[in-house]
Write a protein that binds this ligand. Structure first.
Ligand code: HEM
Length: 132
């Protein structure tokens, strides 16, 4: 018997879709994060679904469709501070609760995503300091 991937353990595509839906509802309601995103979330939602599926051991949807993730480089056009990373992680933790992801899987996922979120930080200048 082989060990379940996190993707399988949480319920595969159905749960991952619920997670991503709920996550972007929260991002859309977050005053710090909302301005960084385009008017509609359709594209990023789909790409995030591909990415998280792949990251947690499901089919390699992201690489098949978008190539190497290179996520830090893809985020460089957006000024991301530590506060953005924290807000992103808060939205994700709360979306995981909405998607009924059980605690052990939730902790494993959050730990992995925490590293990725802080890796995306590319400026420590808050808006006031950038003169916006
Ligand atoms: C740290 C805070 C973060 C902020 C503020 C942020 C913000 C953004 C923004 C503004 C976009 C582009 C949306 C668009 O052009 O439609 C984006 C794309 C994306 N983000 Fe993030 N992000 C963050 C962290 C993360 C993390 C931790 C992950 C991975 C788990 C991630 C995965 C993605 C993916 C997969 C895309 C689509 C990339 C592509 O193929 O074009 N982001 N993000």
């Amino acid at each position: 018997m082989s060990a379940l991937t996190v993707y399988e353990a949480i319920g595969g595509e159905t749960t991952m879709r619920r997670l991503v839906e709920s996550f972007y509802d929260k991002v859309a309601a977050d005053t710090l994060l909302r301005p960084l995103f385009p008017p509609t979330f359709d594209e990023v939602k789909e790409r995030q679904f591909w990415f998280l599926t792949q990251l947690f051991g499901g089919p390699r949807l992201y690489t098949e469709r978008r190539g190497q993730p290179m996520l830090r480089a893809r985020h460089l056009p957006f000024p991301i501070t530590t506060r953005h990373a924290q807000a992103w992680l808060r939205c994700m933790a709360s979306a995981m609760a909405d998607a009924d992801i059980p605690t052990p899987a939730r902790e494993a996922m959050l730990q992995r995503l925490t590293a990725t979120a802080y890796h995306m930080v590319n400026t420590e200048l808050e808006e006031e300091q950038r003169g916006i």
